[in-house]
Structure formats: C-alpha cells, structure tokens
Design a protein around this ligand. Structure first.
Ligand SMILES: Cc1cc2nc3c(=O)[nH]c(=O)nc-3n(C[C@H](O)[C@H](O)[C@H](O)COP(=O)(O)OP(=O)(O)OC[C@H]3O[C@@H](n4cnc5c(N)ncnc54)[C@H](O)[C@@H]3O)c2cc1C
Length: 373
C-alpha cells in the first residue's frame, strides 16, 4: 500500500483525492489547516447577493468519507523531501508520494501595516467580515486596492449591497497601473471601466495606497485622504510561507516551476495555484478549471508511476474566463469567443453551482441567487 499525502483541500487537492479514491493499493491522507474547503469564486456574492457562508464551504471530514481519504486538520509547517516526511504543528507524516496543493494567499508585499488594518478576500471568513462591516454602516468610504478581477468584482458587490439598502457611500477602485485588468484585452478593460462608471464607482489609475491609519484614514500616493474608509486589499496574491521556504525554482508570485507532468521530482507533484505552468508561451492563470485538471493529472501520474506506465503530460484546456460584475453586466471569453452582459454572468454562476462539492451547497447557492435576484 503506497501512501499519498496531499497538502491542501481546495480544488486541486480534492480533485486529486477524488481520482485516487478509485485505486485499491493507495492510502490517501489530506492535510488542511481549515476544517472546511472554501469556494473562493463566489466570495464576493456573499456580500452582494447574500449567499449564506455555509453554502460556500464544505466539511473536509464529510468529503473524506465521500472520497475515502484520511483528513488531518493542521497547518503544514515544512516538508523534508529527503526523508519523505511532512511536519505539521503537532505531527510528522510520512509519504511515498506528495501533492502540493496549498493554493495562494493575499500578497501585502511585506507591508505589515496594511496587513493589520486592511480587509482581504481570501476565505469565507474574510468575505463575512466585509459583509458584517458593510452592514453596520460604519464606513463613509470604501477603497478597493487592486483593479483586477477580484477588486472589480467586490467593488460592484458592495455597490449592489449599498443600493439595495438605500445607502449612498463613495466606492473607489485604486490601481497602480495605467489601466484596469492590465492583462486582459482592451475591449474588456473599456467595458469594465464603463460599467464601473455606470455604477458610480470611482477609478483612480496610476495610484497606490500609501498608508492606512488606526483612525480609519486611507492615504493615497496622490495625496488624497479618505476618512472613515474601509480598505479592501486585492492587489496581488502569492504562495504561502510553506512553499516560499522550499528550495525549488519559483516565479515572482512564489509558484513552483513544475515539469510537463506536474512534478518537482519523481514522487513530488504540485497542482493548482502553487504550480507554474506555461501555456502558449504565457504563465497559465490561477483558476478553478486548471486547479481541478492539474489535481486530477497529478493523481493520474502518481498511479502511472506506481504501475511503471509512461506519464501523461499536462495539456490545459482553456474554457475561458469571466470578469463577473454584480449588476449582471459581466464580460469575458467563453470557448474562444468574447461575451458581454448576462450570458457571462449566467455562465459564472452556472460554473459556480456545477463545481460546488455537494448537492446541498449547489441547491443552497441556486436558491440564494433566485431569492437575491
Ligand atoms: C475572491 C476570489 C475570487 C475568485 N474567482 C474566481 C473565478 O471566478 N473563477 C476562477 O476560475 N477562479 C477564481 N478564483 C481563483 C481560484 O479560486 C483559485 O485559482 C483556486 O481556488 C485555486 O485552487 P487551489 O486548490 O490551488 O487552492 P485553494 O482553493 O486556495 O486551496 C488551498 C488549500 O490549501 C490549504 N492550505 C494552505 N496552506 C496550508 C498549509 N500550510 N497547511 C495546510 N493547509 C494549507 C488552504 O486552507 C486551502 O484549503 C478566485 C479567487 C478568489 C480569492
């Protein structure tokens, strides 16, 4: 019986565990610091569409019974690659094969002050905390740092919440670059900018957050000061310290450079946000579809290694992407075609429901969306 250890119970880790469940000669242990798996793509909807937090997470104990793995709730602190052993806060666990699938986290670029004062959007708890604060009407300004997918999406959801509750507050998206959605085609940038303007969301380009004070002032690089301001930081992600401390080749975001079989060495694989893969000359973006398929292939290649069969190279199938906006005017590429308005919005929620791990969550999300309109 070979021991496979998976670090991380997100999309990549669970996809691998589900595949390995079909094999008889394998015992699988999955370690995650949380007791639930969080459904990140719909976190902004917890604020704007009031999807209850319980439908955006799933018990890893329940999933361990469904997919036949042993679940350990603990924070992995280091990996001894020579001794084939993983250390958590309280345990040492040995493995024959390891899958690194610990995802990514908010990058504050070492600015401790921001880390302590700003809100972020990396977990259900983060989204709930934003909702609770928005609900209490304590803030006059909402400053969103980062004009990427997540920043734009949360700005529109806060706007939706405030409009539904007849509150008028200033919402501002701050972006360091000279344009929003810097890596996307120009037509999506213009469409998103126009949509934010339509929703009365201000955009400040070539601007950064200089400081955030304990008395709730947000100071910008252009000298502007927002008082009584809630700062939401969505200006970048990186892999966690566990990956950061590993002696393998990494990118600027700390992603591990894997070979075409998703390996770091013969018995260590990486999948999901932690893995850097080039596709058509560009880094494959972080996303659910790739995390799921990489987790699946990492598992498949472990089985092939055990059976001494040739490994399968990773050939990503890119179904596209959506920039979701809470007023239903989303944009993106679906199956190679540009799409605007309610179709990408519908597809975003369809995929969200389809990719949830349980029927209870799928039905709960669907009901909340119907109820919330
Ligand atoms: C707000 C938001 C919206 C997004 N929207 C979309 C979208 O619309 N479409 C899309 O395709 N993608 C979206 N993404 C990106 C997508 O969610 C990620 O690419 C995907 O979750 C990555 O999957 P993963 O399995 O690699 O990591 P994750 O899903 O992040 O799972 C990693 C797991 O590892 C655990 N972990 C981390 N460190 C440790 C440790 N040291 N010890 C033990 N456990 C650990 C974590 O607790 C977590 O459960 C969004 C992300 C965010 C934050």
């Amino acid at each position: 019986m070979k021991k496979v250890l998976i670090i991380g119970g997100g999309f990549a880790g669970l996809s691998a565990a589900r595949r390995l469940n079909r094999e008889r000669d394998v015992s699988v242990t999955l370690v995650d610091k949380n007791k639930t798996s969080h459904f990140l793509p719909l976190l902004p909807d917890l604020v704007g569409r009031r999807i209850p937090p319980s439908f955006l997470q799933c018990s890893l104990h329940d999933l361990s019974r469904k997919y036949g793995f042993s679940f350990v709730q603990d924070n992995v602190t280091s990996v001894d690659f020579k001794g084939n052993m993983v250390k958590t806060a309280s345990l040492s666990i040995t493995f024959d094969f390891l899958i690194l699938a610990s995802g990514s986290q908010t990058n504050f670029y070492g600015q401790e002050n921001l880390k302590n004062q700003a809100f972020s959007l990396g977990s259900v708890d983060d989204a709930f905390s934003i909702l609770e604060n928005v609900k209490q009407s304590l803030w006059d300004n909402f400053v969103i740092a980062g004009g990427g997918y997540t920043g734009i999406e949360i700005a529109t959801h806060i706007c939706r919440f405030l409009a539904k509750n007849k509150q008028e507050k200033r919402i501002t998206v701050i972006e360091r670059a000279g344009r929003l959605l810097a890596n996307l085609p120009e037509e999506f940038r213009h469409y998103s900018e126009r949509n934010l303007q339509l929703m009365n969301i201000d955009i400040l380009l070539e601007t950064t957050v200089k400081d955030v004070t304990q008395d709730r002032k947000v100071v910008l690089s252009n000298g502007e000061v927002f008082s009584n301001a809630m700062l939401i930081w969505t200006a970048g992600v990186k892999t966690g310290d566990l990956i950061g401390n590993m002696d393998y080749k990494k990118t600027r975001q700390g992603r591990l450079v894997v070979d075409e079989y998703l390996r770091l060495d013969e018995c260590v694989f990486a999948a999901g946000d932690v893995a850097h893969i080039e596709h058509k000359g560009l880094a494959l973006r972080m996303g659910v579809q790739f995390s799921l398929s990489e987790g699946l292939l990492a598992a498949e290649n472990i089985i092939r290694t055990m059976k001494k069969k040739p490994l399968k190279p990773y050939r990503p199938v890119d179904l596209g992407y959506v920039v979701p906006m809470a007023n239903g005017r989303s944009c993106g590429i679906v199956l190679g075609m540009p799409v605007y308005g309610c179709i990408p919005t519908f597809l975003h929620y369809f995929m969200g429901i389809y990719r949830s791990w349980t029927w209870e969550n799928r039905i709960g999300i669907l009901k909340s969306l119907i109820k919330g309109g």
